[in-house]
Design a protein around this ligand. Structure first.
Ligand code: BES
Ligand code: MN
Ligand code: ZN
Length: 497
């Protein structure tokens, strides 16, 4: 998608689309319609409450400026004081979904007047349009979504958004939009097309194109490196595990402490011998969302050439029920030497993360952030759209929270008090992999904490927000690509900031 800034007065074009937002508290025809009959029509629709400016309301009006003058999509933006990055992104997705059903040469979009937030808002809109024009229908015989050939961002003359800073934000916006779509695509792939070896190959290709350094370990290497958790989980699958490390050394000093990112990469979670019921398995191809999101964020960090050192660690495995599957009561020895009694093979994410976190901690990073579709219990606590935030360090938790807030993604802190560790005691090993049924997301957090070697660390449980069960006007069903923006923002703040 080409993007052009247009500082002429916007006008619908013949057979073309012009998108214009309307705030709920400013229900009036756009000023560029001035005293045309179109303005009168919009005024009547406002008076009859057919146009209210309520968020997500979208109305197509044709020939506002006379015969064959093109079509206008009026989109409600909600209250102007609540319009931020999240709303702008959703606005963009809505536009992309609404108009992306067929190929279009050029779509105009009048940027809302939001004062100093303009570059941030323009960037979020562009990312949203890229996401909205790219659908989940990877395996459809006919394409069902088309990127716009060109997006014309109209900055009306004399309006408050200045074209200069907006222009500067656009390259970054396109890098981010592409990264979010990569995360979505990887999550939406069928499990047979992304078993650990295939996914590692795909990550190698994507990371290589972005100039990241890629290292992939095969099963033999994983065994030599004593990754007992990753081996235990993959034992029940015919597909061998893989471990991927990505590196971006952008800081002036390549030795400077790095940010470490860890992503859960279960390419399908059947539950193992603690088998899931069929309905709970339906979306378990998405159990590699953490790895997909971290990969995508790394490609963006590299393309943006951020002046920071970042290392990513991605354990990939399939959780299956084969004849060699780990059994309840089996004891695994993790990379850091701690032993874990497996009491539920469906609590597999923490087992592969244990090795990856231990290994990440050995590299002495400034901070470790992991993302994992870890527990249904986190969704019980926070609902399907908010990630749980767990940490052993207030400053790290704060930085994740403020990065998420800045880009409009939703996280909420959950407790890590010492007593959540108690139910993980095992009679035979250092700990077991499941505890009491209450507070499961926090118990999982306490399990992971055992493997970070006391380093500053935060864990995002993205079981809810990584996946959308159903289609809506501002979201496609399937992988969401959540937290790519947050991770990039975090890296922009610096490895230890
Ligand atoms: N991948 C699941 C968590 C999950 C559930 C993600 C629903 C997305 C939607 C994870 O491996 C799992 O099975 N967790 C168990 C843990 C339990 C056995 C302690 C769970 O949440 O039931
Ligand atoms: Mn599981
Ligand atoms: Zn899982």
């Amino acid at each position: 998608m080409k993007i052009r800034i247009d500082s002429e007065a916007p006008a619908p074009r013949e057979a073309g689309w012009l998108v214009v937002g309307m705030f709920e508290d400013q229900p009036e025809p756009p000023s560029w319609l001035s005293e045309t009959p179109g303005a009168e029509l919009v005024r009547r629709l406002i008076a009859s409450r057919d146009l209210s400016g309520g968020f997500g309301e979208a109305s197509a009006l044709h020939d506002l400026l006379g015969p064959s003058s093109g079509s206008t999509l009026v989109v409600g933006l909600g209250p102007s004081d609540r319009f931020g990055a999240a709303e702008a992104f959703d606005f963009g997705v809505l536009v992309g979904k609404r108009l992306g059903g067929r190929s279009r040469d050029s779509v105009g979009l009048v940027l809302p007047e939001v004062g100093p937030k303009a570059p941030e808002v323009a960037s979020a809109i562009v990312q949203g349009v890229m996401v909205g024009t790219s659908g989940p229908g990877l395996a459809k015989s006919e394409p069902s979504r088309f990127a716009f050939e060109e997006l014309r961002l109209c900055v009306p003359p004399g309006s408050s958004p200045e074209p200069g800073p907006i222009e500067q934000s656009l390259e970054r916006a396109q890098i981010l939009g592409r990264a979010i779509n990569l995360a979505r695509e990887l999550v939406n792939l069928p499990p047979a097309r992304k078993n650990p070896s295939l996914l590692a190959d795909r990550i190698r290709t994507e990371a290589g194109q972005a100039d990241l350094t890629v290292t992939i370990w095969d099963e033999a290497r994983i065994r030599r490196e004593r990754f007992g958790g990753l081996l235990g989980v993959s034992a029940g699958s015919d597909e061998p595990p893989a471990f991927v490390a990505l590196e971006w050394l952008g800081a002036a000093d390549p030795q400077a402490p790095a940010l470490a990112l860890v992503g859960k990469g279960i390419t399908f979670d059947s539950g193992g011998l603690s088998l899931k019921p069929s309905a709970s398995m339906e979306d378990m191809k998405a159990d590699m969302s953490g790895a997909a999101i971290v990969t995508a964020a790394m490609t963006a960090i590299a393309r943006l050439e951020l002046p920071v050192n970042v290392r990513a660690f991605l354990p990939l495995a399939e959780n299956m029920t084969g004849g060699r599957a780990m059994k309840l009561g089996d004891v695994l020895t993790m990379r850091n030497g701690k032993t874990v009694e497996v009491m539920n093979t469906d609590a597999e994410g923490r087992l592969i993360l244990a090795d990856a976190l231990s290994y990440a901690a050995e590299q002495e990073p400034a901070r470790i952030i992991d993302l994992a579709t870890l527990t249904g219990s986190c969704m019980v606590a926070l609902g399907p759209k908010v990630a749980g935030l767990f940490s052993n360090d207030q400053a790290t938790a704060d930085s994740v929270r403020s990065a998420a807030e800045a880009v409009g993604e939703r996280v909420w802190p959950l407790p890590m008090d010492a007593d959540f560790r108690e139910s993980l005691k095992s009679p035979v090993a250092d700990l077991k992999n499941v505890g009491s049924k209450w507070g499961g997301a926090s118990i999982a957090g306490k399990f992971l904490e055992e493997f970070v070697g006391g380093r500053p660390w935060a864990h995002l449980d993205i079981a809810g927000p990584a996946w959308a069960d159903s289609d809506s006007s501002t979201r496609d069903a399937g992988g969401t690509g959540c937290f790519v923006r947050t991770l990039v923002r975090l890296a922009e703040a610096g490895a230890g900031a």
